[in-house]
Design a protein around this ligand. Structure first.
Ligand code: ZN
Length: 121
């Protein structure tokens, strides 16, 4: 049994002036034994949608996989940027330390020259 499409299972149609609106497709029962053309068309659409759904689910799985791969890639990239920032900070610290030591060396060399000038004849 199928729901009568014409009366949407109610057994009545809006034409109340004809036999109080009794649906002739289902004889007022709201149900039909055989598949009529509109049910057949509906079943075809359901089949088409089911078939499309399988393809979409496959595509969804693929997209989800790509999304996760890209997400992981971004996480990896952000981690490496963090590493990169850390390295840059370390490099700057080393450069400042190096400059400070170089300045101190220059000061010491100057101090030695000054001392030598004092004692040299
Ligand atoms: Zn009907």
């Amino acid at each position: 049994m199928y729901k009568c499409i014409k009366c949407n299972g109610s057994g009545v149609v809006p034409f109340l002036h004809i036999e109080n609106g009794k649906c002739f497709d289902c004889n007022g029962s709201g149900k039909v034994e055989k598949v009529n053309s509109s049910i057949s068309a509906s079943l075809k659409r359901i089949e088409a949608l089911k078939s499309s759904l399988i393809q979409l689910e496959s595509k969804h799985t693929q997209l989800e996989k790509e999304y996760m791969e890209f997400f992981n890639y971004l996480v990896e990239l952000s981690n490496s940027q963090r590493v990169s920032k850390e390295l840059t900070r370390k490099q700057n610290t080393l450069a400042i330390n190096l400059q400070n030591v170089e300045k101190t060396i220059e000061n010491h060399k100057q101090g030695i020259e000054n001392e030598l000038k004092l004692i040299e004849l």
